[in-house]
Design a protein around this ligand. Sequence first.
Ligand code: SF4
Length: 436
Amino acid sequence: MSSYYIWTIGCQMNKADSESLSTALNEAGLSAAPNASQADVVVLNSCVVRQSAEDKVVGNLGMMKSVKAKKPGQILALMGCMVGARTEDLERRFPQVDVFMRPQQFSPMLDLLEERLGIDTEGCLSAVAPASPSVSSYVPVIHGCDLMCTFCIIPFRRGRQVSRPVEEITHQVDLMTRRGMKEVTLLGQTVDAYGHDFDEPCDLSRLLYAVHSVEGLERLRFLTSHPIFMSQDIIDAVAQLPKVCEHINLPFQAGDDEVLEAMRRRYTQGQYRELVDRIRQTVPDVAISTDVIVGFPGETREQFMETYNLVEDVGFDKVHMAAYSPRPGTFAHRRLPDSVSLEEKQHRLKALESLQKDIQEKKNRRIVGATEEVLVEGRKKGRWQGRTRQDKLVFFEHPSDMLGRTVEVKIEAATAWSLRGTPAKSRQPSHAGVSP
Ligand code: SF4
């Protein structure tokens, strides 16, 4: 029996792709190998968002040269964001690679398996979904991005936005739900632009309604949204569909309008604040998280304070923050001098981290005494671990197997990062059907 080994780096989209490919290869009769040197087929699933990630992929491609030399006939595939529409340059740089696959494009590899190993892969792709999905799993729904934020490499590597058909996604969610998944997160770089590229454009809300109707699915989330695509229809769907969790990740990146323009984010601070207000009016118990970059080229201390003030005023539930680092290949790297010193970037980052820690602590302390619905995802350090509908991490103790159960937990203690409590009871949520 032939065997395969998949190495993955990068975001949840890549992890989801690797799980799906693994299922397709199992369907084709291959078995998983413990490492690359023992496998007949090796897949490197790549990421290019950070230079360090791309360097690791290049390092592994170099290592695979000697592995292949010792194992003639081994098939090496390069998958993921390093692979664009044209592969001539990659073919020249990495002649050891037998097949290149863009994210979610598994067919070239299966065709090669038929050709080289005589394996019949007919029908393998029709049921591509992880064979044993986690309680909470990810399903990519859009590939690529049509925007051109000046700091981001994604549009250059992944190309223009391509949305997967609604029927294909609901079929996959249905399969994964039958195999044990309880919560799905629909993934896209700009997930709220879902369907804008169809011949007859549609809105993410249509997909939310369709996925919501999958029997047995308990929770539905989506990630990551861009402020310019967040329509009222999407916000209404979050408010109206019982399975859609009250949590929206809405990156704002910078609080100053000039910096936002230099980033080409296409909105102003005022528009962002207005959008947050509208979301909170429509979905009163919503949690909002965000992404922020500090020390973007040319950002002054005063401009950074606009970011600081926005974080303070909005009171986010979580902030993913990073100091700007130039990414070769982007407009910012070519044209905007990295003018803020590393020391100053670290200083701004620390100030923001300290502010956000206080905000999160206060917010989480307010939950103490309340009873929260927690979907249990696993165990950590002898305790059960799960998340609330607002994406707060909760720990509790219980002697029984609670994995995959929805538990009412009375919250007794809180830190900035997590909650702790005692389960009141577990239940199976019943969600009535809802039509658009
Ligand atoms: S929206 Fe901007 S940051 Fe996000 S993937 Fe597209 S270009 Fe990159």
